[in-house]
Structure formats: structure tokens, C-alpha cells
Design a binder for this molecule. Structure first.
Ligand code: TXA
Ligand code: MG
Length: 322
């Protein structure tokens, strides 16, 4: 019998059932998605939502993404959803995409950060899917979940990383589901769907061209009329200082594609054959730099489109940290 406080591996239905009960009782449940781990709470209950902010140390005016079991539940959270948003939902959900739409009237201001919009996502990870489906089956509507890290820090891509980020902030009754390493490793693409044209607020695995191909619309630059904490110049940062230019010195950490040889005396933290491996392993590499107590990390981001755009976005924010 799995206990509430236990970190468990290979969850099966009764374990997920435990998690659903915990959510409905107002506890927090960290769970895997295909992008990063989320710190989940019942989005309809102000108490767990407040605890999410406390646990992360996140400012209250930064909105949360509501995770849904399926696209047809969007109507419970959003209103006046545009046709192109439905096209995106049909094409890319379940998946690594968050849509920002006008919020339905009764959505709690704690979730929206007091804005009139709400972020919605249907993740594809089988554990997330099962958790959300059971949650709805038992009376829930949606699970608010930011990345399960302290505010401004590197998102966790393993249950172990969740523990090291939040272990001392979680309370009795909270749970962490171990679903292994996240497949994508970078947070979802956030698309603002409140305007006539889609706008990419945060790049991710669903790319500009994919959005254009599905909607026939060219995504426009995102106007920062809404708050996106991942949109802050400094975010996704390890304790080590991250440099994207210059020369690594002996003893520094080094992150690059396999095609770049390891400079003499530096500690190789990532050795990716292609950009998707780079994305998958990047946050683990930044975490490793901190575990090793490195002061400095040099990262050479991959070039080109696709997921490389998101990698460059995250690394430039990581390097902007003081
Ligand atoms: O991949 C992901 O998106 C992960 C997994 C757990 O789903 N979640 C995630 O959540 O990265 P979070 O809170 O760490 O980042 C979501 C970003 C935040 O910067 C937040 O400000 C923004 O989305 N956001 C959420 N709702 C919004 C809204 N209504 N308007 C503007 N920005 C919003
Ligand atoms: Mg985050």
C-alpha cells in the first residue's frame, strides 16, 4: 500500500487514485508532463491555489496554467474561443502547447493573476492524462500547475529534481508522482489566442511554422500586455552564472552539441546529438552544474529553427540572471 508521503515509481491506478483524492482534499500533487513537472492543485479551490504560490515563492500576480483532461473542457474555463484556437487545440492537444484565451466569468482571480484571460493546456503524458481524467470523473474541473520549481529557477524534468526544488516546502499530504524523465524537457509553447492573430508568448516544441501551417495565420510578435513570468528577462536560472559567449576556463561547465569538442579542462555537462536531445537534457545539465558547485557554465546553443528557438530563448534568460 502506497502511503501519501511516499515518492512512488511506476504509478498504477490506485496510486493515481490516491493523488486524485489528495487533489480534491486540497493537497498539492507534483506530476510529470511531457514538457516539465508541474506542481498541481485543484484550480477551483482557492486554498491549494494559494499554496502553489507560497510553495514556489511566486508573486501572486503571475497567472497559472489550468490543465485539462481534454479540449472539450475548455468551455468551463474559457469563453469566446476563436476558431484558430480550436484548430490549434485539435491539431496539438494533447501536447506541449498552452493557449491563452478569454477567461470564463467565474474563474478564480488567483488562477488568472487578476487578468481577464486564462492559460489552458491538455498534456499528453500518460500519467498526467490519467490523473486529469480521474480528477474530472470524481468531480474536479481542472488542475492549476506551474512548473514545480522555486520562482525564477530551472524547471524540473525529473521527480528527483522536484524533490530537490520543493522538498522542504511541500507539506504532509502533498505528493510527488515519479514518472521518470520528461521527454521534451522544455516548457510548453504559450500562444496568446486573444487577438485576431496568434502570438507566441513562449517558444516551445510547437513551433511558429507548425502554428502557421495549421491555422493558415502567421503568428505575430507577442505584445507583453499580459504577464508571463517566463517572459521576464531573467528566468530559468541555475545558481551558476551562465555565459553564451567568451571562452570557457578550466573548471567551468560546458553545454554544447556533440559536434563541439570539449575544451581542455572543462566539465562537459551536456553532449547532445541533436536539438531535441539538447532540449531534453538542458535543465538536467544546469542542475548538475549546481550540484557540482560550479560557478560558471558556458553554453553553446544550437542554431536553426524548431526546438532550437526555445533552447535559445531559455538559455538567454538563464544567462540574464545576476
Ligand atoms: O510546460 C508547461 O507549460 C509547464 C507544465 C507543468 O504544464 N507549466 C509551466 O507553467 O511552465 P509556469 O507557470 O511555470 O509557466 C507558465 C507561464 C507563466 O509565465 C505564466 O505567467 C504564463 O504562463 N501564463 C499563464 N496563464 C497566463 C495568462 N492567462 N496570461 C498570460 N500568461 C499566462
Ligand atoms: Mg515556470
Amino acid at each position: 500500500m502506497t502511503t501519501r508521503s511516499e515518492l512512488f515509481r511506476k504509478p498504477h491506478r490506485p496510486d493515481i487514485q490516491n493523488c486524485v483524492e489528495a487533489l480534491l482534499e486540497g493537497h498539492l500533487v507534483a506530476f510529470p508532463t511531457e514538457t516539465v513537472y508541474g506542481l498541481g492543485g485543484n484550480a477551483s479551490d482557492p486554498l491549494p491555489v494559494t499554496r502553489i504560490f507560497e510553495t514556489k515563492g511566486r508573486p501572486a500576480d503571475h497567472p497559472l496554467i489550468v490543465h485539462l483532461a481534454e479540449a472539450s473542457h475548455c468551455g468551463m474555463w474559457g469563453r469566446d474561443i476563436r476558431d484558430y484556437a480550436w484548430q490549434l487545440a485539435t491539431a496539438f492537444w494533447p501536447g506541449a502547447m498552452t493557449l491563452i484565451v478569454s477567461a470564463a466569468q467565474d474563474v478564480n482571480a488567483l488562477v488568472t493573476g487578476g487578468q481577464d484571460t486564462v492559460g489552458l493546456r491538455v498534456p499528453s503524458h500518460p500519467i498526467a492524462q490519467e490523473l486529469l481524467a480521474l480528477f474530472v470523473e470524481q468531480g474536479g474541473y481542472g488542475v492549476a500547475a506551474p512548473s514545480a520549481n522555486r520562482f525564477g529557477r530551472v524547471s524540473p524534468t525529473s521527480a528527483q529534481a522536484v524533490r530537490s526544488e520543493l522538498g522542504s516546502y511541500l507539506k504532509s499530504g502533498d505528493l510527488v508522482i515519479d514518472g521518470g524523465d520528461c521527454e521534451i524537457g522544455l516548457e510548453s509553447t504559450i500562444i496568446d489566442c486573444t487577438g485576431d492573430l496568434p502570438a507566441i508568448a513562449r517558444p516551445g516544441a510547437i513551433t511558429h511554422d507548425m502554428i502557421r501551417d495549421v491555422t493558415g495565420l502567421n503568428p505575430v510578435p507577442f505584445q507583453q500586455k499580459i504577464r508571463v513570468s517566463g517572459g521576464l528577462p531573467s528566468h530559468y536560472a541555475p545558481r551558476a552564472k551562465v555565459y553564451l559567449e567568451g571562452r570557457p576556463q578550466p573548471g567551468d561547465g560546458f553545454i554544447a552539441m556533440s559536434s563541439h569538442p570539449t575544451p581542455r579542462g572543462v566539465m562537459r555537462l551536456l553532449d547532445a546529438a541533436d536539438p531535441s536531445h539538447y532540449a531534453r537534457d538542458l535543465y538536467g545539465a544546469l542542475r548538475k552544474a549546481d550540484d557540482l558547485g560550479l560557478n560558471t557554465v558556458f553554453a553553446l546553443p544550437p542554431e536553426g529553427g524548431g526546438i532550437a528557438v526555445a533552447i535559445r530563448d531559455r538559455l538567454s534568460r538563464a544567462s540574464a540572471a545576476q
